[in-house]
Design a protein around this ligand. Structure first.
Ligand code: ADP
Ligand code: MG
Length: 267
């Protein structure tokens, strides 16, 4: 698939003017995130360094409150780090202004959330077309692409149904269609199966795997070990720090290593 939404020139530049937007290579170097409200500070991420290559399927896992969603917000250009460097396709994301960040999100990234985040008063296809409205795509083209995205997730016959008339699994598939409709190179899914029964969870995961097989980069955030285990690579975070990255072999090694080390207090 090729994306028709053009990313900002400075993001597209490394691939040449005529190349379709390439999938981003993600690079985080010593990234930290501190939330401040008044005199209170919460350190959500510390010294996170990692790289995600084009076309990878990566799971990010860790207990509740470990910083997974914060990491997703940074990867998705929804928020910026308070320390370190985040590069997307070779470009320093901190150097982009709000408008450029929005352009990057719209061109490169599809989001899927635990709560589906669908608008209850709109039929499925109207929910799916929303990112195309932000991208200034014409109405007829929006409808065509929304229906195609719904067909991709197996819901061609539910286009006129409102979210309340669909099961949880179907609602999440509508949300995935909405994430897909701009044909982004990367899908970021934050606990996408968290509100689903096991059958619907399996459907949604299978769909994410299909998107990966089509060449997309998929980052799946989950605290469910059996969901995480299916990914090609697992990034495990605890207390805002990455403590294991890699394939299963690297991970067994990390498990063996950490077993020998005294855990810091609170870990
Ligand atoms: P996870 O997704 O792994 O459950 P989060 O990234 O949501 O973890 O949160 C990591 C830490 O940052 C938690 O201690 C959480 O309370 C805190 N946190 C998250 N978002 C905010 C925010 N907007 N303001 C202040 N603290 C926050
Ligand atoms: Mg979370």
């Amino acid at each position: 698939m090729t994306a028709t939404v053009q990313p900002p020139v400075d993001v597209q530049a490394p691939y040449g003017p005529s190349a379709p937007p390439a999938l981003p290579v993600i690079e985080l170097v010593d990234v930290g995130k501190v939330y401040r409200s008044g005199s209170l500070e919460v350190t959500a991420l510390s010294d996170v360094s990692l790289r995600i290559e084009e076309g990878e399927f990566v799971a990010v896992t860790g207990p509740s409150g470990s910083g997974k969603s914060t990491l997703m917000h940074i990867l998705g250009c929804l928020d910026v780090p308070t320390a370190g460097v985040f590069r997307l396709a070779g470009h320093d994301v901190q150097a982009l202004d709000e408008d450029q960040l929005a352009d990057v999100r719209n061109a490169f990234i599809g989001f899927v959330f635990q709560q589906f985040n669908l608008l209850a008063y709109l039929p499925a296809w109207r929910n799916v077309e929303l990112p195309l409205i932000y991208a200034s795509v014409r109405p007829a083209e929006r409808r065509r692409r929304s229906l195609a995205a719904l067909a991709t997730v197996g819901l061609a016959d539910r286009a006129e149904h409102k979210p309340g008339e669909l099961s949880g699994g179907q609602q999440q598939r509508v949300a995935i269609a909405r994430a897909l409709v701009t044909e982004p190179g990367m899908i970021l899914a934050d606990e996408p199966t968290g509100n689903l029964d096991s059958v619907s969870s399996a459907d949604v995961l299978e769909l994410l795997y299909e998107l990966h097989r089509d060449g997309r980069t998929v980052v799946l955030i989950t605290h469910e070990p059996d969901v995480a285990r299916r990914a090609e690579r697992l990034i495990q975070i605890r207390d805002g720090r990455v403590w294991a990255v890699g394939d299963e072999e690297a991970e067994r090694q990390a498990d063996a290593d950490t077993a020998d080390i005294d855990q810091p207090a609170g870990a």
